[in-house]
Design a protein around this ligand. Structure first.
Ligand SMILES: Cc1cc2nc3c(=O)[nH]c(=O)nc-3n(C[C@H](O)[C@H](O)[C@H](O)COP(=O)(O)OP(=O)(O)OC[C@H]3O[C@@H](n4cnc5c(N)ncnc54)[C@H](O)[C@@H]3O)c2cc1C
Length: 421
């Protein structure tokens, strides 16, 4: 009987395992860490006294595969978000508030409506997106759009950094176009922001592990794959240091680890080789905040410009502030980051700046690969040179930015490959 050995229990590995286990295929899942979830996880933080995520994760209603994964594991209702696409923003420098409200349908009439778009912007600034559509393969976002346009700082830069975790000066124009086509291009109905109500673990990880347990899958933590042995065009053995696992003639292996780990394990594999960091500060608020315009219990999210933090998310007593494409911030001491990000949070939510509350800073140095034109050419497909070995991970060639959507797509693609070979 076939057994599929999946290495890496991030969302790519979990999505692959769930897809296979649901088809009645025997699955073993091996994870180097002591918990599943990888770059999308929750943990109990002793300083703050509650569950926090490694970093804020935002989905859009356009992320169909991620949503269908949640449906599959019975956790679709664990996301929360507004009924319409609404993005409240606050400018830390000028104190200006605005709410971006794309209309639901495909025809983007919202760009002609001053109350729905960025203040002082013009419809032409949004239509400049069409330049991304025709961008050359090696073009960056900054090559195609005008950094002196008022929309640059309040729309294009935050959008690029949020979607690609890469500065517009180096981010792929084509990849941003794909994001726009899938989201704004399909109308506001595809742009509704969605967040995990209780946390990433309760939404994306624990229900998947429960499903796998019910299906009889083997899930093993603290198992770091050290090497793979090959014979001809097949992988025949996995070594975890103190344990070797042989692959039978009918067995498969799915490698769902980050790119650097995959490159070490597979000879000759080409993969994106530059990563970009994300920094998050989780702050236990001293008092309930004053919700800025557009922010609500259904949408506890605020976009920020003019400072260090870019997105602020409220969950219970904790405010979490995200800094994406954080190459400079990640080198700052955590105490300095905590101070700066608390000051921005206090200003945004109308809270007294002193005394400073407990803050936890989480630095994810390798949050996603740098989504540059050159890196896109290095994304490998799920299929490898070995007949019984497939790849998965947000960095593989899903066509999507390195996101939950990409991770889940890759996991499902690997599962599909395994069942059709
Ligand atoms: C701070 C932060 C914020 C983010 N924000 C968003 C967002 O808002 N929206 C969004 O869609 N996406 C976001 N992302 C991206 C998203 O988290 C990732 O795209 C996704 O989680 C990647 O999943 P993966 O399974 O491909 O990789 P990983 O999560 O990296 O999983 C790989 C797993 O393999 C394990 N592993 C590594 N080496 C070995 C080995 N040798 N043997 C066994 N196991 C091994 C690792 O421990 C890990 O658990 C964010 C990421 C970060 C870090």
């Amino acid at each position: 009987m076939t057994r599929v050995h999946i290495v890496g229990a991030g969302l790519a590995g979990l999505a692959c395992a769930v897809a296979l286990a649901r088809r009645g295929i025997a699955v073993s899942l091996y994870e180097a860490a002591g918990q599943a979830g990888g770059r999308c996880r929750s943990y109990h933080d002793a300083r703050l006294g509650c569950l926090v995520d490694n970093g804020n994760h935002i989905l859009l209603s356009a992320n169909r595969t991620a949503l269908s994964y949640l449906e599959e594991i019975g956790a679709r209702d664990s996301l929360t978000g507004p009924a319409e696409a609404v993005f409240p923003f606050y400018d830390l420098r000028s104190g200006a508030h605005w709410v971006l409200r794309p209309n639901a349908g495909r025809l983007p009439w919202w760009i002609f409506c001053a109350a729905r778009r960025v203040p002082d912007s013009r419809p032409g600034g949004y239509l400049a997106a069409l330049r991304l559509a025709g961008a050359a393969r090696d073009a960056t976002v900054a090559d195609c759009l005008d950094p002196s346009d008022p929309l640059w700082e309040r729309f294009w830069e935050p959008l690029t950094v949020a979607a690609l975790n890469t500065n517009p000066q180096e981010a792929s124009a084509r990849l941003l176009w794909l994001v726009l086509r899938e989201t704004f291009g399909r109308g506001g109905a595809a742009c509704r922001p969605l967040i995990a109500r209780e946390g990433l673990g309760p939404s994306f990880v624990e229900p998947a592990l429960a499903l796998l347990r019910r299906a009889g899958a083997e899930v093993r933590f603290n198992r770091r794959l050290r090497s793979v042995e090959f014979a001809g065009d097949r992988a025949v053995q996995m070594s975890f240091g103190d344990e070797a696992v042989g692959l039978g003639a009918a067995d498969f292996m799915v490698l769902a680890v980050p790119p650097a780990a995959a490159v070490e394990l597979l000879p000759g594999l080409q993969a994106p080789d530059e990563m970009r960091p994300i920094v998050n500060a989780h702050i236990r608020l001293p008092e309930p905040p004053r919700m800025p315009p557009g922010m609500s219990a259904a949408l506890p999210l605020l976009g920020l410009v003019g400072g260090l933090g870019q997105w602020l998310l409220l969950r219970g007593p904790v405010a979490s502030l995200t800094v994406s494409a954080a190459a400079a911030a990640v080198e700052e001491p955590v105490e300095a980051l905590a101070e700066r990000l608390w000051a921005e949070t206090a200003q945004s939510l109308g809270l007294a700046p002193a005394p400073a509350p407990p803050v936890r800073v989480v630095k994810e140095r390798r949050a996603t690969f740098a989504q540059t034109p050159a890196a896109l050419d290095r994304r490998p497909p799920a299929r490898t040179a070995w007949r019984n070995l497939a790849l998965a991970g947000d960095w593989t060639d899903t066509g999507y930015p390195a996101t939950i959507e990409s991770a889940v797509r890759s996991g499902r693609a690997a599962a599909q490959l395994v069942t059709t070979i």
